[in-house]
Design a protein around this ligand. Structure first.
Ligand SMILES: Nc1nc2c(ncn2[C@@H]2O[C@H](COP(=O)(O)OP(=O)(O)OP(=O)(O)O)[C@@H](O)[C@H]2O)c(=O)[nH]1
Ligand SMILES: [Mg+2]
Length: 209
């Protein structure tokens, strides 16, 4: 029997990306394990309890249809970014423009939130529609390189065909949110600033010799 930790975590997750990339399909797949094909203009914040690494977590997941109001420049987008603790940024592997938007979204998130000094920002990049590989226009390597450059996690999935990889996306994000919270809380941050300042001064002293 697995013992649950009493420490319950709550986290806000926003799913962002251009239209038709599968934001609702991914969200619904995670919540219900099902792929229903057509999702219409669903706009919802779902509350979902999960157990990750023996810990109970409440995830509030915000999925909304893409409109110009949700473009990376808008204040509505900024509001969502402020609300969220973690981000699922979705593009379709068959849609180059949707991949370019993810690059812009990362910049918006990083300039809106203060992630200074945080090694692993709570962002997961998702290349969806992997089953449509014959129509692929974005290589897996491009997604992986973007994630590497931005310190994000990366998955290629098919919401249509596979539940497990979608589960990995959300569990991976929960891990990152937890890590980012513990790093932000740590007073050791001050210690490391002092340490790096002393290193700079020490270097200056030796430089001037
Ligand atoms: N083949 C394939 N089709 C998918 C996949 N995921 C979603 N789709 C289809 O892509 C279309 C758009 O999916 P949605 O989940 O509605 O996309 P969305 O990003 O929520 O779009 P908006 O809400 O309009 O911004 C639907 O017809 C889905 O059935 C996938 O992994 N593979
Ligand atoms: Mg949708």
């Amino acid at each position: 029997m697995t013992r649950l930790s009493t420490q319950k975590m709550e986290a806000n997750i926003v799913v962002l990306g251009t239209d038709n990339v599968g934001k609702s399909a991914l969200t619904v797949r995670f919540l219900t394990r099902r792929f229903i094909g057509e999702y219409g203009d669903i706009e919802s914040i779902y509350s979902h309890n999960v157990i990750v690494d023996g810990r109970e977590q409440t995830l509030n997941i915000w999925d909304s249809p893409y409109t110009q109001d949700l473009s990376t420049e808008s204040s509505l987008c900024e509001k969502r970014v402020q609300w969220a603790d973690g981000f699922v940024l979705v593009y379709s592997i068959c849609d180059r423009a949707s991949f370019n938007t993810v690059t812009r979204l990362i910049q918006t998130i990083k300039t809106t939130k203060d992630y200074l000094g945080l090694e692993k920002v709570p962002i997961v990049i998702v290349g969806n529609k992997r089953d449509l590989h014959h129509r692929r226009t974005v290589l897996s390597e491009e997604g992986r390189l973007l994630a590497l450059a931005a310190d994000c996690q990366f998955y290629e999935v098919s919401a249509a065909e596979n539940y497990h990889s979608v589960l990995m996306v959300f569990h991976g994000l929960v891990d990152r949110i937890r890590e980012s919270r513990s790093v932000m809380k740590k007073p050791a941050g001050i210690k490391s600033i002092v340490k790096s300042m002393s290193a700079v001064f020490a270097r200056k002293r030796t430089d001037s010799l």
